[in-house]
Design a protein around this ligand. Structure first.
Ligand code: UDP
Length: 373
């Protein structure tokens, strides 16, 4: 049988595209090179009875009602507001920086009305360029050098393995600064963790009579022998893998930052007081996640993970430096030309080389599939 569409990769982007194409009466073949589906949001129930995120903490949050409604067809969500603490000066304080953070760190008693004035003084005593063209300046112009050095500088060096001045200001835009006592990590209207997990949600997304899933199947190994299953000249190809690989690295390699994630089962009910504690200035890992805070599961044991950033390995993050963005622009010209034919879609974190959150990945796939249909 010939398929109408080929979806390369069964992560959140691939699952979204496959489902929407299938619902538009297309016969869809999904190829996944790994053994698992759900990509970097893969999770599983550990022996401790706690659901663990294989590739580090994934908290779903969105402002897009259509994305929330779409995923809610395949899972219910445990409504959950993510909270993060940062370990500085030997204590854990709320992060993103809010009024309580400032009072704890500086031993002050600043009121909500006075936070902006306090930060203004911090900024006044700092050195930076406007408009901010890099991560460091984008943070320092909001909170000044002292707070930048305490909370951002070393975390960013650890996470990205480079000088924060080499990174785009866009990375800084992910983290707000608050004058009030709001200590949520995200302020989006819709936030939650899929009950039963992301993998189950992805399974449901792919569970459609028009979808065939093949795991352990590397597109690049078999692409020249797909003829009997799929005709790339006629069908719609959805690519969600790494952007540079599709074009055989013709403009050079794009960097994808990777992580070593170490999991530990701890023989006590809770390990730490928050779902995530960041360690900007201590240890080689960036943060410790304790999953049961997110899932609400009950167990005598708890599972934590530590993330050790590294340069190579399984791709997690696009690295937003000037050099990578210039390469990306060249690849995106090729993407544009292919997408213009209406027979190709490049979507997701890896294929668009973007620092997408999960909802943005889903949204991109939704928009692009709609575009070709
Ligand atoms: N960041 C930081 N200190 C922190 C948390 C984040 O400097 O305590 C910076 C760091 O550069 C990080 C970026 O903000 O890569 C984005 O953080 P986020 O928590 O969104 O990262 P993710 O969860 O996507 O790894």
């Amino acid at each position: 049988m010939k398929y109408d569409c080929l979806v390369i990769g069964a992560g959140l982007s691939g699952c979204t595209a496959a489902r929407l194409l299938a619902e538009a009466d297309k016969k869809v073949l999904v190829l996944e090179k790994g053994r698992n589906i759900a990509g970097n949001c893969h999770d599983y129930l550990s022996e401790a009875g706690v659901t663990v995120h294989t590739h580090g903490p994934h908290i779903f949050h969105t402002v897009y009602k259509e994305v929330w409604d779409f995923l809610s067809r395949f899972t219910s969500f445990r409504l959950f507001q993510h909270r993060v603490l940062s370990y500085v000066h030997g204590m854990t304080v709320p992060f993103p920086i809010n009024r309580d953070t400032l009072n704890a760190v500086f031993g002050e008693n600043i009121s909500t009305q006075d936070v902006q004035e306090f930060l203004k003084q911090e900024v006044k005593n700092s050195d930076f360029k406007v408009p901010s063209e890099n991560f460091q300046d984008a943070v320092v112009c909001q909170i000044g050098e002292r707070l930048y050095e305490l909370f951002y500088k070393n975390y960013t060096i650890k996470q990205w393995g480079r000088d924060p001045k080499e990174l785009s200001a866009d990375v800084a835009a992910r983290i707000p600064v608050r004058s009030n006592r709001d200590n949520r990590y995200f302020s989006d209207k819709y936030q939650g963790i899929p009950i039963g997990g992301y993998t189950k949600m992805a399974e449901k997304m792919l569970d459609h009579p028009n979808i065939t899933l093949m795991t352990g199947c590397d597109y690049f190994q078999i692409k020249d022998n797909l003829g009997s299953l799929y005709d790339a000249e006629k069908g719609i190809t959805v690519y969600t893998g790494t952007l540079d690989q599709f074009f055989e690295y013709k403009y050079g390699n794009l960097e994808y930052r990777s992580l070593d994630i170490q999991f530990k089962t701890v023989d006590k009910e809770f390990y730490q007081e928050a779902p995530v504690v960041n360690y900007p200035n201590d240890y080689d890992f960036t943060r410790i996640t304790e999953f049961k805070h997110m899932t609400g599961e009950k167990s005598d044991k708890t599972v934590i993970c530590m993330e050790y950033p590294k340069q190579t390995g399984h791709p997690y993050y696009a690295v937003l430096t000037k050099e990578n963005m210039e390469k990306r622009a060249k690849y995106m010209e090729e993407v544009k030309a292919l997408e213009k034919t209406g027979r190709f879609i490049f979507t997701g974190r890896l294929a668009e080389y973007k620092y997408y959150n999960m909802d943005q990945a889903v949204k991109s796939a939704m928009d692009k599939v709609r575009g070709v249909l």
